[in-house]
Design a protein around this ligand. Structure first.
Ligand code: APR
Length: 320
């Protein structure tokens, strides 16, 4: 069986880590594309030289022209400017929107059959613009946010309960970061819902609320610590999990920013919801019942995404 081809648009911190993880997991051959000359080639060569040590077989190449991504099965997009200290996700909008225009054109021309995972922030708006500019069907263009937010929450819960991260599941909806909506009744430890663990005295509502806040601010916490950079290990691993579910047709049910056409009463917008990701891309959008408080939080989150999309439309009216 021929190896899959994975194209990475953006060979920065996340892009390089994506290439490394894709190699280590033997997901396929990798093309690292970047506007900066030498960077994708240098990172690709470094990872290719690591392959004999880790024992994986994959071609890892760097490129500065879009034709290198031709026929890619998966495209992961990190091109753009990352958030710096003091910069909100919204500040990034104008710069990264222009980048999505170029990237969308490149994917539409050279990898129209790919499954596309957008990582560039502000995520919920960028993935929407990328789908439009690429012309690919919406079920094959998704955004990575919930898997990362969920992983952060899982880590905090596992620390709190002193149990394996493997046994903790987290359920998040809505936009990325500040707009995230956690549904605690669907977060579990070994199948036991977290609200039951509160009743059992494992933690308190206050401590849970603090963990949710820390998850919402997860990106900013790391930006503050690093001073000159943003998170990249966990974001890359989250996107790789989504790519793997598609490439291996695992049909994992994971939170993803997906295009909604009527689900949750929403149309023509990308919002984080649980989705089954398989060989066909987004194979199913899962609609869970929301209680009044959850619905209110979800609506607030959707309103934040709509504001971003409106801001995009002001900058690029052609997107409408
Ligand atoms: N075309 C191709 N590559 C581009 C373009 C473009 N138009 N504009 C910028 N890039 C490249 C940069 O040269 C850089 O190598 O995108 C890369 C971005 O890498 P980093 O600056 O290291 O950013 P990273 O930490 O990888 O984050 C990328 O993901 O989580 C989001 O907020 C984050 O939007 C940011 C993105």
């Amino acid at each position: 069986m021929a190896r899959s081809k994975i194209a990475l648009i953006g060979a920065g911190q996340i892009g390089g880590t994506l290439a490394l993880l894709a190699g280590l997991k033997e997901l396929g051959d990798v093309v690292l594309f970047d506007a900066a000359e030498g960077v994708p080639q240098g990172k690709a060569l470094d990872i290719a030289e690591l392959a004999p040590l880790e024992g994986f077989d994959a071609r890892i190449l760097g490129a500065n022209s879009y034709d290198a991504i031709e026929g890619a099965d998966v495209v992961m997009v990190t091109a753009g400017v990352p958030r710096k200290q003091g910069m909100s996700r919204d500040d990034l909008l104008a710069i990264n929107l222009r980048v999505m225009e170029q990237v969308g054109a490149g994917i539409g021309k050279y990898a129209p059959d790919a499954f596309v995972i957008c990582i560039t922030n502000p995520l919920d708006a960028m993935v929407w613009a990328l789908q439009r500019w690429s012309g690919l069907p919406p079920h094959r263009v998704v955004g990575m946010a919930g898997v990362l937010d969920g992983a952060r929450l899982r880590y905090f819960l596992a620390e709190e309960f002193d149990v394996s991260v493997e046994d903790v599941t987290a359920f998040v909806l809505g936009g990325h970061g500040a707009a995230m909506v956690p549904l605690m009744r669907y977060c579990t430890v070994g199948g036991i819902p977290v609200p039951d663990l509160v009743r059992m005295g494992w933690t308190s509502e206050e401590r849970l609320a603090a963990m949710v806040e820390r998850t919402r601010d997860g990106g900013a916490e790391i930006v503050t610590l690093l001073r000159t950079g943003a998170a990249f290990y966990a974001p890359a691993a989250a996107a790789i999990a989504m790519a793997e579910s598609h490439l291996k047709d695992k049909k994992r049910l994971m939170p993803a920013a997906v295009y909604l056409s009527g689900e949750y009463g929403l149309k023509d917008i990308y919002v984080g919801v649980p989705a089954v990701i398989g060989a066909r891309g987004v194979e199913r959008v899962v609609e869970v019942d929301l209680d009044r408080a959850e619905r209110a939080m979800f609506e607030k989150s959707v309103a934040a995404v709509e504001t971003l999309v409106d801001a995009c439309l002001k900058i690029a009216p052609g997107l409408g």
